[in-house]
Design a protein around this ligand. Sequence first.
Ligand code: C2E
Ligand code: MG
Ligand code: MG
Ligand code: MG
Length: 294
Amino acid sequence: AKTLGGAVCAFGTGEAGAGRTRPSLTLMTQLRSALGLVEAADADCGQLVVLFQPQLDLARDAVCGAEALVRWDHPELGVLTPAEFLDEAERHGLMGHLTHHVLDRALAAAAGWPTRSGDQRLRLAVNLSATNLLDVDLPARVAGLLHRHGQDPGTLVLEITETVLMSRSPRTRSVLEGLRALGVGLSIDDFGTGYSSLAYLKELPVEEVKLDRSFVADIAHDDRSAAIVASTIWLGHRLGVRIVGEGVETARTLEVLRGLRCDTTQGFLHSRPLVADEFERWLAARRAGVGTAP
Ligand code: C2E
Ligand code: MG
Ligand code: MG
Ligand code: MG
């Protein structure tokens, strides 16, 4: 079933994605339309949907935020996952527009959330792509969107992957510093998949590291993965960085992460990514103490 939100997406990694079955030019032309970049009568800005996946503070057992994850509800192909169109969008120079769109939608939704959950201030996390970090206007754009939606910069976390950091381009660095100067938090996503080095944390103004789910999934039964995760958490904490465990699917994994003093968890165990109103209902249900999440 290819539906949004709580349902399972039948798509796999995207290797057999839309680009194979249709000329990608068509797909990218349609993406331009979905982004509202063409003056077509049939332009549909409702196709790009932002889902929200809850993040939990482990020590307090309270929701502390959500990550925004884009889906493309394509009129003919069904729901496309990021793996099925983001690389192509990046190659076609559309990521600036896509990030703007996701940020705009996600901030609009976050403006309707309660500001806190228990004693936790809710944070919104949004993914950036490599080309976004080459855009010197990004900090100003982000500031404009925060202002438009009346959101405090301190509630926004922007996730970047290690690959971006590896380039060590001066332009990227100045964009990151511009974002940091705004008061926005920076997070290193998928930590452990690339040439990870906690040395980045010495140089860059990062406040959070997200352990990739490939490590997280193994910690309950693989001592080596557990050792890598344990030392990453320890060192991260020494450097004042919050650690998020991604892809938490089982109660056992959650308990191991808790034992290792991981700060935050995210994964199907708590909830799948949800459409905005489902997320608000999920939040309300948890607050009322009838939450289904562990
Ligand atoms: P990510 O940022 O690492 O996001 C986490 C991915 O893991 C999401 O896949 C999420 O649905 C999935 N996930 C969460 N919990 C679990 C779990 O317990 N088990 C498993 N197996 N998977 C889980 P999704 O939504 O398909 O996104 C894939 C990637 O696409 C993201 O990885 C991110 O790198 C990128 N992406 C998604 N949305 C955006 C966006 O708006 N902008 C940009 N630039 N990239 C995005
Ligand atoms: Mg992410
Ligand atoms: Mg990740
Ligand atoms: Mg990932």
